[in-house]
Design a protein around this ligand. Structure first.
Ligand SMILES: [Zn+2]
Length: 284
C-alpha cells in the first residue's frame, strides 16, 4: 500500500504533518491479554493478521524542522520504509531536518535513522532520546542472561544510532526546546516516552506506542503486545495516560492510529477517538 496523502495539523506555532511509513501486518497472537480469535472478531479483520499503519511526524516551527520518529527504513520488509519519500513529497530534504525526537528504540520507530548501508539519513540532525531508553538498549553487552527476544533489537539500535552518537541528547522530563518536552510513558520499553508540544494553551501528545490497536486497547487498556518489555507497567501507563489525555483535551498524534490525529473522550467508562476535542469546545 502506498499512501502519500498526509494529514497536517497546527498547534499554536507548531505545524505537524503525519508521514506514512507503511503498514505492519502481524498475526493476532502478538496481542497479549486477549484471545487471538476474540481480537480478530472485534477488529473485524478479513485475514488472520492485524494491520497497523505506521507513522512518523514532521514538525515545523520557525525556520526549524524536526521529526518525531523515523520509520523502519529497509529493516521490516517492502511494505515499510516510506518516511523519507513522504518527507520529500512534502518538499523537505532529509539534510534539512534539524532535530529528531525518538519515542523509543524499536525498529519501526528508530531503524529509519539510517539507510541500508548504515549511513545516516539525517546528516544534520541532533537526536533526542529518553535517558532510560538509551540505558536499556545501547552499549548493552549480549550475554547468556540477555533474553533472546531482545538480541536482534539490541543490535539494531546500535546500528541505527551509531552515526548520531556525538549528537545524541539523553533527556528526562525537561523541555528540550521551547514548547517541546518528553513525557516518560514507561512499560512498552523502559524509556518509552511521548513528546508533548505546547503552544498558545493547546497541547499535542505524540504518544508513540501507547496504543497499537485502538479498537482493542481503548476499551481494554490491559491488552498489550508481546514486545512490551514490562506488560504490567505498559497497561498501567496506558490507563493513566488515557485519563489525562481525555481530561486535558490533548490532540493526539498516534504512530499506529488509522487516522493519525485524534482526540480522546471518556464516555460511560469507555474511551473513544474523535476528530475534535469535544462538541462544546469546537468554537472556543
Ligand atoms: Zn511501533
Amino acid at each position: 500500500m502506498t499512501r502519500t496523502t498526509a494529514l497536517r495539523e497546527r498547534i499554536g506555532s507548531f505545524e505537524i504533518t503525519a508521514l506514512f511509513d507503511g503498514v505492519i501486518a502481524s498475526p493476532f497472537d502478538i496481542l497479549t491479554g486477549i484471545e487471538p480469535s476474540d481480537a480478530r472478531s472485534i477488529v473485524g479483520s478479513p485475514t488472520d493478521r492485524i494491520s497497523m499503519p505506521a507513522y512518523a511526524f514532521l514538525l515545523t516551527f520557525g525556520d526549524k524542522r524536526a521529526l518525531i520518529d523515523t520509520g523502519a527504513s529497509n529493516t521490516m520488509g517492502p511494505r515499510l520504509g516510506q518516511v523519507v519519500d513522504s518527507l520529500r513529497a512534502h518538499g523537505v530534504n532529509p539534510a534539512e531536518v534539524d532535530y529528531i525526537f525518538l519515542t523509543h528504540l524499536h525498529p519501526d520507530h528508530s531503524n529509519g535513522l539510517v539507510d541500508a548501508d548504515g549511513d545516516p539519513l539525517y546528516p544534520n540532525a541532533d537526536v533526542f532520546l529518553h535517558k532510560d531508553e538509551a540505558e536499556f538498549w545501547l552499549d548493552r553487552e549480549i550475554t547468556r542472561d540477555t533474553p533472546q527476544r531482545l538480541h536482534k533489537n539490541i543490535r539494531a539500535t546500535e546500528r541505527a544510532t551509531a552515526p548520531y552518537r556525538t549528537r545524541m541528547h539523553l533527556v528526562t522530563d525537561e523541555e528540550v526546546l521551547p514548547g517541546i518536552a518528553p513525557l516518560l510513558c514507561a512499560g512498552h520499553t523502559p524509556g518509552h516516552c511521548a513528546w508533548l508540544l505546547r503552544s498558545e494553551e493547546s497541547t499535542l501528545i505524540s504518544w508513540g506506542d501507547l496504543v497499537h490497536a485502538a479498537a482493542l486497547q481503548l476499551p481494554r487498556p490491559d491488552v498489550g503486545v508481546i514486545y512490551d518489555v514490562d506488560p504490567t507497567a505498559a497497561a498501567r501507563t496506558r490507563a493513566v495516560m488515557f485519563q489525562r489525555i481525555a481530561q486535558q483535551r490533548m490532540m493526539i498524534a498516534g504512530a499506529h492510529l488509522d487516522t493519525p490525529f485524534a482526540y480522546l473522550r471518556a464516555e460511560d467508562g469507555d474511551y473513544r477517538l474523535y476528530s475534535r476535542p469535544s462538541v462544546d469546545s469546537v468554537n472556543h
